[in-house]
Design a binder for this molecule. Structure first.
Ligand SMILES: [Zn+2]
Length: 336
């Protein structure tokens, strides 16, 4: 069997004809396998959905309990037969519940990694290399200039700023699934034990992380209606970046805007967004992690799904690994 008989790009996403399922389809399909809960990968309206317990729970929190027809939770490593095709999920280290999906038939194994990272993150299970014939990788930060620094050192910049400007409310922009919980956990791991205020839109996902054993410390609602700006003097407030553009943010005391994102590597992006304190914290692989992963796995072939495909495809070819871009559309990661 040739690899593209087992999995092939289709308008709705990666499709497996033998098992009649899609991976992370961008439009409603009869059977979907979902890698993780970010909205560009996990959409509502499918017939049957197979994912980790956490991803199913996260989808229910975001879309309501009836987000699909039927659901099946798979444990990491569990082998499941779908029409003669064996599928299994393996940790991707991206956000809570995130999985790579291995698809096997007749001795051929393809691994679709979804979004993944190799760096330490106590809010999710660490990435596990899965030997395969074809490795499908994203390339969000697929250029040699992307090099993510130590996240604890980035968090140190926030703690330094809090000491320098004890009067100012430090507003930290972080996307609601994954990044915000990681920022909260990182602050705790850096010894920050004061209450942290969170925007209302983060509450349910933070509660869910806590229910899965990820301690985020003393979290309190950042409700500006019932309190005065003085209440948040010198405090850390975490919210989705979209909230910082509206009235909610202007009520804080001399707000200092920080933003935790891999994109903060790009100075221009921080400037345009009015970010005073850029924190380079990413839930994706940087260039060294992408190339290290391909070296570690040594697959027969690499397929690149989305991001900066061309540079990574070129690197693979120069390294003697056949590679091709899949040009999938509809994946613009919300989480970084
Ligand atoms: Zn993602």
């Amino acid at each position: 069997m040739k690899p593209d008989q087992l999995l092939k790009p289709a308008p709705a996403g990666l499709y497996c004809p033998a098992g009649d399922f899609y991976i992370d389809p961008v439009r409603p399909v009869a059977r979907a396998l979902i890698t993780h809960g970010h909205s560009d990968h996990a959409r509502a309206g499918h017939g049957a959905v197979l994912a980790t317990r956490e991803t199913l729970d996260i989808m229910a929190i975001r879309y309501g309990e009836d987000f699909c027809g039927t659901m099946q939770a798979a444990a990491f490593g569990e082998r499941i037969d779908l029409g003669g095709v064996t599928v299994s999920l393996h940790p991707a280290g991206h956000v809570l519940g995130s999985a790579q999906i291995a698809v096997e038939k007749d001795g051929l194994r393809i691994v679709a990694s979804g979004d993944y990272k190799r760096g330490a993150d106590p809010t999710c299970a660490p990435y596990e290399p899965v030997p395969c014939d074809v490795f499908i990788t994203e390339a969000t930060f697929g250029l040699p200039v992307f090099h993510h620094p130590d996240p604890k050192a980035e968090m140190g910049k926030l703690l330094t700023s809090l000491r320098q400007f004890p009067e100012r409310s430090h507003l930290v922009g972080a996307y609601s699934l994954g990044k915000s919980q990681r920022v909260l956990r990182l602050l705790r791991d850096c010894g920050y034990d004061a209450p942290i205020y969170i925007h209302g839109s983060l509450a349910r996902l933070c509660d869910y992380y806590v229910s899965r054993g990820i301690d985020l410390g003393d979290l309190r609602p950042a409700t500006t209606e019932k309190s005065s700006p003085a209440d948040f003097r010198g405090a850390v407030v975490v919210g989705p970046p979209s909230a910082f553009a509206d009235r909610w943010a202007r009520r804080f005391n001399e707000p200092l805007i920080a933003f935790a994102s891999g994109w903060m590597m790009v100075r221009q992006r921080a400037k345009q967004g009015g970010v005073e304190l850029p924190l380079v914290i990413s839930d994706h692989c940087d260039w060294p992690e992408l190339t290290e992963t391909i070296r570690d796995l040594a697959p027969q072939e690499v397929w690149v799904t989305h991001g900066r495909e061309e540079a990574l495809v070129r690197w693979c070819e120069l390294s003697g690994v056949p590679a091709r871009p899949l040009h999938l559309v509809g994946y613009e990661d919300e989480g970084d």
